[in-house]
Design a protein around this ligand. Structure first.
Ligand SMILES: [Zn+2]
Length: 108
């Protein structure tokens, strides 16, 4: 198994673990290069993650994973979503800031 595919397998396992913890049914998980965002989700339970996430530290991966999974409960970034983020990740806003910094560096 290559390093890249091992990284993907581990990442998917992490997504599954969070999905179980949050009691959310995930239809499919794919990891591929994405433009301008870390991840996306669709209402039918499909999740897409940017493969650049595989290189990031685990707590930033968790931020993106939980962020997307919680959109199955709350479609926007309103009060409900924020409260859930806080409950599962604590001070998530610092991860959000770290990720946008990484994104702006890689796009320049
Ligand atoms: Zn979002």
């Amino acid at each position: 198994m290559t390093v890249a595919s091992k990284g993907k397998t581990n990442f998917k396992r992490r997504v599954q673990e969070w999905a179980e913890k949050l009691d959310i049914r995930v239809a499919s998980i794919s990891i591929r290069p994405m433009k301008n965002k870390w991840a996306s989700c669709s209402t039918n339970g499909r999740l897409n993650f940017d493969n650049a996430l595989l290189d990031l530290q685990p707590d930033l991966q968790d931020y993106v994973i939980v962020h997307e999974l919680l959109h199955f409960r709350a479609p926007n970034h309103g009060k409900v979503w924020k409260a859930l983020m806080m409950a599962y990740l604590g001070d998530y806003e610092q991860h959000e800031a770290a990720l946008s910094k990484i994104a702006s560096q890689s796009q320049s």
